[in-house]
Each structure stands twice: as C-alpha cells, then as structure tokens.
Design a protein around this ligand. Structure first.
Ligand SMILES: C[S@@+](CC[C@H](N)C(=O)[O-])C[C@H]1O[C@@H](n2cnc3c(N)ncnc32)[C@H](O)[C@@H]1O
Length: 200
C-alpha cells in the first residue's frame, strides 16, 4: 500500500473513531449476518466521509428519515448531527445489533426497531437510506412495501417518497419499475455508486 493510501486510511479511521465516540462508543468492525438465508448482507459500517455527497441537497423540510438496516447506527449518528429536528428511524433485522444500537442511542430522538423493513417501513417515512442491506429479491419486496406507503403517505409530509441507495448493487429492481425515477448521484472516484430514486 502506498503512503498516500495509508494516510487516507488513517485519517478516515480517526474521523470515524472520534465521531463515533461523540455518540457513545466506537462502533467499527464487521459482524457476519446470522440471516444470509433471508437475503441479508453482513453488518458493515459506512464511513462518515461517504455521507455528505450522497445526501447533498436531497433532504426536504419535514423529511422523515429511515435507515434501512441501520446496523450499529453510524448513519443515525450522522443524521442526529446534521439533520436535528427531523424525525428519524433505524430498522435492523439482526436483533443483537439492533438492541445494542437502541441502547446506545436511547437518549437521542431516534427510534430503533428490530425486524424486516418489508414489514416495518414506517407509515410516515419519506426518505429511505440503503447501504447495500440485502439481495435483489428482498429489494423487490421492499419496493412493493414502499409503493403501499406512498399511496397512504400523510398529506403534511413531503412527497414523493425518496430512496438514497449507496453501493447500489441491485439498482435494476428500481430501474425496471415504471413507478420509479432513478438518477445517479455524482460521487468522488474512490466511493461506491449511489442513486436517488423517487417512488410513485
Ligand atoms: C451494510 S449494513 C449497513 C449498516 C448501516 N446502514 C451503515 O450504513 O453503517 C446492512 C444492514 O442491513 C441489515 N438488514 C439486512 N436485511 C434486512 C431487512 N430485511 N430489514 C432490515 N435490516 C436488514 C443487516 O443486518 C445489516 O446490519
């Protein structure tokens, strides 16, 4: 590994470490999912530096934020810091991980719930964030749930429902659906692909 890469890695670790600590504990490290048979990916953490380009200019007034597969809660930390006053949810399939995240963030205005997003997508969710949480089959089920939520979204909330999909490996699920409008988000070269999807 060259020196520039090493320095970048060190700086990324340092930023993640200190921001995590502001919200209670360092939450780095990957946990293998106990639910591969449910199409789940492992619990990995986004780096804070990856979030600003994804969210730039997307959050509307009264936006209700949902982290789909919130894992250890790094996105929730960043939202608390950047979008105070917005209602926010983290939905996580892995009950051990969800319990730890719920305990760590209990004193903050965020709801962490354990279960499958296909069942637990909040009725007032308007902006859903995904960091490659599951396979294409689950993604198709999630999209069906979103369409139902879009049809009954409370009138005082921003519409249409938006999805920010980072490391969008199964984007074709949305691209193939005439109810979805997909726009790629320009990202710095070393980051994953990201897309903004409007549903309905
Ligand atoms: C790559 S991690 C992302 C963690 C976090 N969003 C972040 O960006 O740091 C994906 C998470 O999605 C969760 N997950 C997988 N399938 C799910 C489902 N059907 N409903 C809710 N969460 C799910 C996994 O357990 C895992 O913790």
């Amino acid at each position: 590994m060259n020196t520039a890469k090493l320095i970048r890695r060190f700086n990324r670790f340092r930023r993640n470490y200190f921001m995590d600590r502001r919200y209670g504990a360092f939450i780095g490290g990957v946990k293998k999912t106990p639910y591969p048979h449910l199409g789940a990916e492992n619990t990995a953490n986004i780096a804070y530096e990856e979030l600003p380009p994804v969210f730039q200019g997307v959050v509307r007034p009264k936006e209700v934020l949902v982290d789909v597969g919130c894992g250890k809660g790094r996105v929730l930390n960043w939202w608390l810091d950047n979008f105070p006053g917005h209602r926010m949810y983290g939905i996580e399939l892995d009950d051990d991980i969800a319990a730890a995240t719920e305990a760590r963030l209990r004193k903050y205005p965020v709801s962490v719930e354990v279960g499958d997003i296909r069942l637990l997508a909040p009725v007032d969710g308007t902006l859903y964030f995904l960091f490659n949480p599951f396979n294409a089959q689950v993604m198709a089920g999630f999209l069906e749930t979103l369409k139902k939520r879009a049809a009954s979204l409370p009138e005082d909330l921003p519409s249409p429902i938006q999805v920010l999909y980072y490391n969008c490996l199964h984007l074709h699920v949305f691209e193939a659906d005439p109810d979805c409008q997909v726009t790629m988000i320009p990202m710095p070269p070393r980051f994953h692909r990201a897309a903004l999807i409007k549903v309905g």
